[in-house]
Design a binder for this molecule. Structure first.
Ligand SMILES: [Zn+2]
Length: 350
């Protein structure tokens, strides 16, 4: 018992420190979103719908959110996916993946909950009893999952046991066979959670490069031009924060020009443009939008968030997306890197 508690505490400390680190670094790695309650890999509404559908009839958004928490808590400990599947199946059986308060447990009704249960003095997603830990931890999706996983890891050879046996060893349930029937749906939900898009996306999918980075003809061309027609949606390449939304167009004597009209090769400036600051100190810049961008400075964006529409404002000879990648959140000539290679490193072919 003491050992379990110690393990749980240690787990929480490591988990907590790691979550803080994640917030500070803002990394876009999938596992890093665990416990941050936001950040790089937030599932979309469509993701939640698909996860709820995978869980089965009667499951909705709240249960899908808990399933994500359960799965990512397991993934954050570098456990095999099966740990997440076992935990989700167990929560399906114990609570239908709801945080259940219990009128027999003083205080549980005062904590956030999705419904009430009446089973002895059990509470939470996993129907854990008071000896498992503090009430607040048992009623919290992430910490109750941590306690479940602590106990699961204590089961010798849990990876190779049938799901029902592993779950039964942890839960000491009166109905051991009840867990098995949830395995297919728990597995489907886990697969759906694992597939949540967290990486980089093509900002104008389907349109390739028609002018390269710092060619001999254009040695100061700090990006690539993507041959997308006017009006094409420009999508944020990765999660991050919008740090710049500007009209930058001026003539030879520095007079500001409109970005709501087509520019020309004779004027200077990027036109309507947006910069998004990403994890790892990276920044992407999207130029020549035809109208005021769809985002504002300070907006948090996900991969695929609409930033604006392709146009030809600023120094431009025709509609296209000029795309830059920088290794600093304060972009200048020296921080620009070659976008095709930069996107390739993130698994995206420009
Ligand atoms: Zn360009």
């Amino acid at each position: 018992m003491r050992r379990l508690l110690l393990l749980a505490l240690l787990g929480l400390c490591v988990f907590g420190a790691w979550a803080v680190l994640t917030v500070v670094s803002g990394t876009s790695d999938r596992h890093s979103a665990i416990g941050t309650g936001g950040g790089a890999c937030d599932p979309s509404p469509e993701d939640f719908d698909a996860i709820a559908a995978a869980l089965g009839d009667g499951y909705g958004r709240t249960q899908a959110e808990h399933a994500v928490t359960i799965y990512r808590t397991a993934a954050g400990r570098d456990l095999p996916e099966r740990a997440g599947v076992i935990a989700i199946a167990t929560a399906m059986q114990e609570s239908a993946v709801r945080v259940l308060a219990n009128p027999a447990v003083p205080g549980s009704l005062d904590l956030p909950h999705d419904g009430q249960g009446q089973d002895h003095d059990s509470v939470g997603l996993f129907q854990q009893r008071p000896h498992w830990g503090d009430l607040a931890d048992l009623m919290d999706p992430a910490t109750s999952t941590t306690l479940f996983l602590d106990a699961l890891e204590d089961v010798a050879g849990w990876e190779d046991l049938p799901l029902a046996v592993a779950a039964q060893r942890v839960q000491v349930s009166a109905f051991p066979d009840a867990y098995a029937k949830h395995e297919p749906n728990a597995l489907a939900a886990a697969d759906r959670i694992a597939a949540i898009a967290c990486g980089w996306v093509h900002p104008v999918a389907g349109f390739g490069v028609n002018s390269g980075w710092r060619t001999s003809e254009r040695p100061r061309h700090n990006g690539v031009d993507l041959a997308a027609p006017r009006g094409t949606e420009i999508l944020a390449a990765a999660a991050g924060e919008v740090v710049t939304v500007v009209c930058n167009a001026h003539n030879g004597v520095g007079r500001q020009l409109s970005c709501d009209v087509d520019g020309s090769p004779e004027i200077a400036g990027c036109g309507w443009y947006v910069e998004v600051a990403h994890a790892e100190g990276l920044l992407t810049r999207y130029c020549h939008m035809g109208t005021r961008p769809a985002v504002s400075v300070g907006d948090q964006v996900q991969p695929g968030t609409l930033l604006g529409y392709v146009g030809s404002s600023g120094r431009s000879s025709g509609p296209h997306l000029h795309l830059e990648v920088h290794t600093s959140h304060h972009a200048d000539f020296d921080t620009a890197i070659e976008p095709v290679a930069a996107f390739e490193a993130k698994g995206v072919q420009l």
